[in-house]
Write a protein that binds this ligand. Structure first.
Ligand SMILES: C[S@@+](CC[C@H](N)C(=O)[O-])C[C@H]1O[C@@H](n2cnc3c(N)ncnc32)[C@H](O)[C@@H]1O
Length: 420
């Protein structure tokens, strides 16, 4: 593979999901990527294609992405580079530095100030954006217009070598927040999928919007999968829920999202209604769906699970529900089709949840028997494998990924199943 581009990409709070998402999107798009290295906060990889803002914008698991450039950070050289990069107006530049000691970071800061001075002496007006921690957040990059009117450089020290990257993307945090908190119908009680997670799950399905696949959420709640899918360019969607209130919330949110995009309901092929997922076979033809993406019922919110016995009893009920659901969905799925689902995990450990807990105390986690369910439904569990290595959050033995916040007792397990 001809790796002509190298990227330094900062992931969100679940590296395993972010890496899986990236790999899935690249595979679906015929883009060759290969791992260079993992850092605790980022992944460095080579790509045979340039990955610009529009590529990254469709992903949910990435905060920042920067492409490797040949720049010498020595002030004279850096001033020359910036002078050429920003031909008119003020030169605004920022820097994020990783892998340097505190002393080296101070030296880099002084160097950046000298660079600024050189540019001013050359008659350019110049502004440096710097953070004492050495890293500019996505918000800072955005608020200072560093992507469209300026430059952010990412310097990373690896061994004795310094690599320099130029930022091409930061996550559109305001857009995500608007789609999350700005939508007309929200129901925090039944639990709503964070839009970023919905996006990652859609991407894990590996079906491209340009192929116009039929994408269905059988547990739609407030419709986050549908609204994110619309934003990502999918136009053939289905959404069902057992609750009439949820179905009406979904319709309101879908109409709102269509309005934001300047579209109408007749511009898209959107079907759905009120139905128990176990009876979806009455709504949809056999082998008619390309991908199911959903967050399932996570359990009764009013039942407390203090003991293993209580948790196991509830999980037993869920196991039966999901056995039925997966076997129905499997029949409706086309051959080669994919199911990406978020299923409940009860965490019974003392103190806060950390992804490391799973390896240390697997018994603290009460989970659905997904392997048995998959086999019973004629589906195959399929994790992304090329960007191998067990990453923070992944459960290699199950081929699934854990997703949860430190303060949560009901976590989610992200599973990906394929109908072969
Ligand atoms: C965790 S919520 C999903 C939230 C949704 N992802 C969102 O973003 O709003 C689970 C949903 O499953 C629905 N549900 C529960 N049992 C169901 C069943 N057997 N068939 C279909 N929907 C069901 C609930 O009404 C609830 O809306």
């Amino acid at each position: 593979m001809n790796q002509t581009h190298q990227y330094f990409a900062v992931w969100g709070n679940n590296p395993a999901l972010s890496a899986g998402e990236l790999e899935s999107v690249c595979r679906a798009g015929g883009i060759g990527i290969s791992l260079v290295s993992y850092l605790p906060y980022a992944m460095i990889f080579g790509s045979d294609r340039e990955l610009d803002f529009s590529f990254w914008k469709n992903l949910g698991g990435w905060i920042k992405a920067a492409r490797k450039v040949e720049v010498n950070l020595e002030p004279e050289k850096l001033a020359e580079y910036l002078d050429g990069r920003i031909e008119e107006g003020r030169v605004t530049f920022g820097m994020s530095v990783y892998g340097f000691s505190q002393k080296e970071r101070s030296d880099l800061y002084r160097g950046a100030l000298t660079t600024k001075k050189i540019l001013v002496e050359r008659g350019r007006s110049c502004r440096l954006v710097w953070d004492d921690h050495g890293v500019l957040s996505a918000v800072t990059v955005d608020k200072n217009n560093l992507l469209d009117k300026g430059v952010e450089l990412v310097a990373y020290k690896r061994g004795g070598e310094v690599e320099v990257y130029e930022t091409v993307f930061v996550q559109e945090f305001e857009e995500f927040s608007e789609r999350d908190y700005g939508r007309p119908s929200r129901d925090p009680r039944s639990g709503m999928l964070p839009p970023k997670l919905a996006r990652m799950m859609i991407n894990l399905a590996g079906v491209r919007a340009s192929d116009n696949p039929f994408l269905v959420d059988p547990f739609c709640g407030s419709g986050t999968v549908a609204t994110e899918a619309l934003d990502m360019g999918y136009r053939h969607l289905g959404a069902w829920d057992i609750s009439p209130k949820c179905w009406s919330d979904t319709q309101a949110n879908v109409a709102w999202q269509l309005g934001r995009m300047g579209l109408d309901r007749k511009d898209v092929d959107f079907v759905g209604g009120v139905a128990d997922a176990k009876t979806l076979g009455e709504q949809l033809d056999l082998e008619s769906v390309d991908a199911f993406v959903w967050e399932g019922y996570l359990g009764p919110s009013d039942r407390r699970m203090k003991t293993l016995g209580e948790a196991s009893k509830i999980m037993g009920e869920m196991d039966r529900l999901y056995q039925d659901v997966f076997s129905v969905l499997s029949r409706i799925l086309k051959k080669g089709g994919v199911i990406v689902a978020a299923l409940p995990v009860f965490y019974l450990g003392e103190g806060e949840y950390k992804w490391q807990n799973f390896a240390q105390n697997p018994r603290d986690f009460v989970m659905i028997d997904i392997k048995k369910i998959a086999t019973g439904a004629g589906l195959e569990l399929s994790a992304e494998k090329n960007i191998e290595k067990p990453l923070m959050g992944s459960i290699p033995k199950r081929g699934t990924i854990l997703y949860g916040r430190a303060d949560q007792k009901v976590l989610r397990e992200i599973v990906r199943l394929v109908k072969n």
